[in-house]
Ligand binder design. Structure first.
Ligand SMILES: [Zn+2]
Length: 70
């Protein structure tokens, strides 16, 4: 079992936060950059994820961050 490690999204640079909140992909709307709200950041299996809710439909949107972007 992998452990989910909570990280603090709000420790990120404000510009970076803004970019992550705007640059999204919603599986439900099938559209990019609808934006997300209530972001939560965590690490799982050496990958960082930012999870939030789609601003349009409220579905969970997940952004995966590759190691280069840490
Ligand atoms: Zn959506």
């Amino acid at each position: 079992m992998s452990e989910r490690i909570e990280r603090d999204f709000f420790q990120r640079d404000p510009e970076e936060q803004k970019a992550f909140l705007e640059q999204t992909w919603c599986d439900s709307c099938m559209e990019v950059n609808l934006g997300m709200e209530e972001p939560a950041e965590y690490e799982l299996k050496n990958t960082v994820f930012i999870e939030g809710k789609c601003k349009r439909c409220g579905a969970v949107v997940l952004t995966e961050i590759t190691e280069d972007d840490f």
